[in-house]
Ligand binder design. Structure first.
Ligand SMILES: *Cc1c(COP(=O)(O)O)cnc(C)c1O
Length: 231
């Protein structure tokens, strides 16, 4: 137990250093990058341990897990993101507790999240940028329609885009996908001219966060590099 705990502190320090170094290399301010600690297959003890070392933003993939972890840790002022594929009928678990849903991929899902909201929820649209059938997220042709819908319905704030490129051991493989998502965000802002421009780009995970930061990430979602390999 002691060993696991010190690992998390050590890992968090390493991840923060990696973010700072990547920012320095691309002349970015580290305060412009939000680190989301990914909690899939992570216990509430591990989450509380990371919180103790200053990590306040966590991202969960599974709707009921989010509800349960939120409940168990409700005494901690955690900012919860939902980052997994969300079925409409499970929005009821997510909407009451999530500050940000990163994976809105249809107007129907936006409606379901909105209907269950108890306060304003920030939204990112997840884009299936590689077009792989196995990946969740909307096709790029749907982005503007979904964003306009989010603008129209109550309780939701449209904030930006999220994607997950095909996995590769080589972080450089992710770069074209990150570049493309940034271009899609710029295009969306041109098309819709929102009152407040959409600025969030949720790209980058344990193995490719440096590339993501170079390509404009404002949110990186990091699991393994903080909590260790998932079993
Ligand atoms: C698991 C997961 C991550 C984190 O991946 P790591 O490689 O463990 O850092 C990020 N985003 C999503 C959507 C995930 O499912």
């Amino acid at each position: 137990m002691i060993k696991i705990m010190s690992e998390i502190e050590k890992n968090l320090n390493i991840v923060r250093e990696r973010i700072e170094a990547a920012c320095a290399r691309s002349s970015r301010d580290p305060s412009g990058i939000k680190l989301v600690a990914v909690t899939k297959n992570v216990t509430t003890d591990q989450i509380a341990e990371a919180f103790k070392f200053g990590q306040m933003v966590f991202g969960e993939n599974y709707a009921q897990e989010l509800r349960d972890k939120y409940k168990e840790l409700s005494d901690l002022p955690i900012e919860w993101h939902f980052i997994g594929h969300l079925q409409k009928n499970k929005a009821k678990y997510v909407s009451p507790v999530a500050k940000l849903v990163e994976t809105v991929d249809s107007t129907d899902l936006a409606d379901a999240i909105s209907a269950r909201a108890v306060r304003t929820i920030d939204c990112l649209i997840e884009v299936n940028i590689s077009g792989e059938a196995s990946k969740s997220g909307c096709p790029e042709t749907e982005i503007a329609k979904i964003a306009a819908h989010i603008e129209k319905i109550p309780n939701l704030n449209m904030r930006g885009l999220m994607t997950m490129p095909p996995y590769s051991d080589d972080p450089e493989t992710s770069r074209p996908y990150f570049k493309k998502l940034k271009a899609l965000l710029d295009k969306l802002n041109d098309e819709l001219s929102p009152a407040e421009p959409y600025r969030e780009l949720s790209i980058g995970m344990s193995h490719d966060m440096e590339v993501a930061i170079q390509e404009g990430a404002t949110i990186v979602r990091v699991g393994t590099a903080i909590f260790g390999e998932r079993i």
